[in-house]
Design a protein around this ligand. Structure first.
Ligand code: ZN
Ligand code: ZN
Length: 280
């Protein structure tokens, strides 16, 4: 483990952060090979990367953007082979687990069955409704956005109460279409943050806004401030779906984190807080 976690990065690198812990490859819905993503992280001067492809406890609903169970061993072997090839970066075996309320036992079996080192948890469904699907924007469930947002944040709170993860991904992802929470939703967000604080897991500042209609990073500055006030640790992740996006928009993310009061981010290999560098 290098000690230079906050030191200068590689050629052309922005400010170093301990790692990018949310990177997708062609094993799920990304385009790059594991090796390409690892090399991109090395080029960005990152001491650590976690490959975190999508994995769901509820396969079979017709979508195919996760690692199929029958390919899990091959996925893991691929990530571990990359880790063995590289002494210039620590490669962690991760996943972006789908949180589905009521399927916690299935997810626990998954996490027990393989030696994942970083568990990023995402909520992409509310009671089975894929709110991020552009084809469903006219669905009646979007007729009352605050009701949908309330259900979403209650799901996030349940996920946090379940607690078996390291990083909560893109906490206000349901805002991707620009819907802002009304006053009635705010207590639900607070409750979810309280649960996250109690879980000990980290909040993620997700820089993947290029693929996002609202064009913002997640979560909002208000949520970042509220998380900081609760002492919730932070990680900054690219959620890259192609190798070139690893470590993307780091300067902007660091500035957002600093504006919210953060001065440290969490290194996930050993769960140690390290100083947040200055934005370049
Ligand atoms: Zn996600
Ligand atoms: Zn992701």
């Amino acid at each position: 483990m290098t000690a230079a976690v906050s030191g200068p990065g590689g050629p052309g690198a922005g400010p170093a952060l301990p790692g990018d812990y949310h990177v997708h490859t062609a094993w799920s819905d990304g385009t790059g090979a594991v090796e390409d993503c690892v090399r991109a992280a090395v080029a960005a001067g990152l001491p650590e990367i976690a490959i975190a492809d999508h994995i769901t406890p509820s396969p079979g609903s017709g979508e195919d953007w996760w690692v199929p169970l029958e390919r899990m061993d091959a996925y893991i072997e691929d990530v571990r082979a990359a880790a063995a090839r590289h002494d210039d970066i620590r490669v962690l075996l991760g996943l972006e687990a789908e949180y589905v309320a009521g399927k916690e036992a299935d997810l626990e079996r998954l996490l027990d069955g393989w030696p994942f080192e970083v568990v990023v948890l995402g909520v992409h469904l509310v009671d089975g409704f894929a709110f991020d699907d552009p084809a469903l924007r006219a669905d009646p469930r979007w007729g009352d956005p605050d009701a949908l947002l309330t259900a979403y944040y209650r799901t996030v709170r349940r996920a946090a109460e379940w607690g078996r993860f390291d990083v909560l991904a893109h906490m206000d992802w349901i805002g991707l279409w620009g819907d802002r929470p009304g006053p009635g939703v705010l207590p639900e967000i607070d409750a979810a943050l309280d649960a996250l604080a109690a879980s000990g897991a980290a909040l993620e500042l997700n820089t993947d806004r290029v693929s996002d209609p609202a064009g913002v990073m997640y979560p909002s500055p208000a949520i970042l401030r509220a998380a900081r006030a609760r002492g919730i640790p932070l990680v900054i992740d690219s959620d890259a779906h192609q190798a070139e996006h690893v470590g993307r928009l780091w300067d902007e993310a660091i500035a957002l984190a600093r504006a919210a009061g953060y001065r440290e981010t969490l290194r996930l290999s050993d769960h140690v807080l390290v100083p947040l560098p200055d934005a370049g």
